[in-house]
Write a protein that binds this ligand. Sequence first.
Ligand code: PGA
Length: 248
Amino acid sequence: MRQLIAGNWKMNGTRESLRELADLRAALAAKPPQADVLICPPATLLSRAFASVAHEYELGGQDCHAEISGAFTGDISAEMLKDAGASAVIVGHSERRQYHHETDAQVAAKAKAAWRAGLLAVICIGETEDQRDAGHAHKVCGDQIAGSLPDGVTAANTAVAYEPVWAIGTGRTPTSAEIADVHRHIRTCLTDRFGAEGTAIRILYGGSMKPSNAAEILKLENVGGGLIGGASLKAADFLAIIACVAGA
Ligand code: PGA
C-alpha cells in the first residue's frame, strides 16, 4: 500500500487559504506524488476545496459525530462530510481527547460512523509526556488501540496515526529509534487483533513532522505515512514532505 501523507489544518484557514490548495494541486498535477495525499481543512472550507480540485489529493474532515443526523448543535456527521466532498475523517485526535474529553468508546463510535458513510477513518492514538516518562508509552497505545479501534478494521477502511502528544506542535520529535519502537508495538497489537489485515494497516507518524525530518521518519519500518499539522498549512512545506516519500 502507498504511504499516506495527510495534512491536518486544525482550526486554521479561510477562503484565502484555498490558494495554498491551488498551489498544491498544480504541483501535484505536474509531478504526481508517490504517496496518497489527504488534506483535512476546517469543515467550512471542505466544499469549496472540493469544488476547486480534481483528484490530485483527497479531502477529509477533522472530526465527526457518531450519529447520522439530529439535535446535536454544532456537530457534523460523517455523512455530511462525505456530502461536502470528504473521503476520510480524522477521529480521536489528542486535541479532541483533551479539550472535548472524548473517550476511547466515543472514538470507536466515530470510526464506525466514518465507515458507515464510506470514509476512511484516521484513528489517532499516542501517549502524553508524563506517560512516556513513566515508561507507559506501549501500554497507553495498546489500550487506545483496544478501546478506540472497533472490530471490523481493515487496511482499506482505517489508518492509525501514532501521535505522541508531547511532540504535537512543539517542534520536538521522538528519536527514530523511539518512533520505530512504538510503531513496532502498534503493529504487533494490530496483527494480534486483526490477523493478516493488521499487517497491512497503515500506521502514520504525527507530531512536528517537517521537511527536515520527514525523509528519515518516512523510511522507518512500519511507518505508513505521516499526519502533519503546522507544516501542512503552506503548500511548499507540505510538498517538500510529500517529496520525501520514496515510492514503491
Ligand atoms: P504538528 O501536528 O505537525 O503541528 O505537530 C500534528 C497533528 O496534531 O496532527
